[in-house]
Design a protein around this ligand. Structure first.
Ligand SMILES: [Zn+2]
Ligand SMILES: [Zn+2]
Ligand SMILES: [Zn+2]
Ligand SMILES: [Zn+2]
Ligand SMILES: [Zn+2]
Length: 299
């Protein structure tokens, strides 16, 4: 608190009025958040590719474009190629390479992103369910890695181990481990598909392309990525009543005895843990279930 001398007019604005401003999160939290204000359509149009780019090869094979034949290693950005989705001839510098091999123009990229929103709105329950299944599998994998058979209890464990010779135990553990990893992989793929984050069955890895998007679109899409991948027990929503946006798991920091603080990338406010839970299901993105731990506002 700053002592304000009595002669000061009532409208005196303390230089420490920032006391009410949110405290900036620590460096490692800031480092996980992309620099959204710098993003925008002005960044789009400088994309560089060369003939060694995997997608250019795929494109070449798919369409046998003679335009690419005999080009030097560095392709000119002004070469026009057809967008794989809408077929519009587009300068190469304005095309985005997706891992599936598609080269998409900005209009089609934004269409794909609109599809992500639609998928989240439609499939959020299935996404949440799948994410929980993955979480359970990850726990089993962890147990299998440290303890062998997760069905083993302290009372049956020793007897079983005596019955099985060592090579048998490790073969059993390895098969189990491989199966769990396969299942985990398949569920993760399903998760991305439910969220509309794949193209031709392959993850689009849209995080690379955030800078081409308007800051708010990029930020909301980033929040979607975080929500899809964050473990359910780490999911929180901003406690500021006018906000309620999702808080990414990487935006949490430890403040010692008083627990954790959570930074919101939407309102820049911080929240702290409290024991109450959300009593109503959220109706707006990102959908957190009833009973999810809630937060209380904090500076
Ligand atoms: Zn772009
Ligand atoms: Zn297009
Ligand atoms: Zn492993
Ligand atoms: Zn594709
Ligand atoms: Zn907020």
């Amino acid at each position: 608190m700053v002592h304000i001398p009595p002669q000061c007019p009532l409208w005196f604005k303390s230089p420490n009025d920032d006391d009410n401003a949110p405290i900036s999160p620590p460096k490692d939290v800031k480092a996980c958040i992309p620099d959204f204000p710098k993003f925008g359509l002005h960044n789009c149009g400088n994309h560089r590719y060369n003939t060694e780019n995997k997608n250019i090869h795929i494109y070449f094979q798919r369409f046998q474009r003679s335009v690419l034949r005999g080009q030097s290693r560095n392709l000119s950005g002004s070469i026009e190629l057809a967008c794989t989705k809408c077929n519009t001839l587009t300068p190469l510098s304005h095309l985005h390479d997706l891992p599936c091999g598609d080269l998409v123009c900005l209009v089609c990229l934004r269409r794909l992103i609109a599809r992500v929103y639609a998928n989240i709105a439609q499939n959020w329950r299935a996404i949440r369910h799948t994410r929980n299944q993955i979480d359970q599998l990850e726990r089993q994998l962890h147990d299998a890695e440290i303890g062998g058979d997760p069905e083993e209890t302290p009372s049956n464990g020793r007897a079983k181990k005596r019955r099985l010779s060592w090579p048998k135990i490790s073969a059993f553990t390895n098969i189990r481990h491989e199966n769990l990893e396969k299942e985990c992989f398949n569920l993760s793929k399903r998760l991305l598909e439910l969220a509309g984050l794949t193209c031709c069955g392959v993850s689009m890895r849209l995080g690379r392309l955030l800078a081409c998007l308007p800051p708010e679109t990029a930020r909301d899409l980033w929040l979607i990525f975080q929500w899809v991948k964050d473990p359910p027990y780490r999911q929180r929503v901003c406690a500021w009543p006018d906000c309620g946006a999702y808080i990414a798991a990487c935006c949490r920091w430890d403040v010692g005895a008083s627990g954790y603080r959570y930074h919101c990338v939407v309102c820049q406010g911080n929240s702290q843990d409290c024991s109450r839970t959300i009593e109503q299901e959220q109706t707006r993105f990102p959908y957190l279930p009833k009973g999810q731990p809630a937060l209380t506002p904090a500076r």
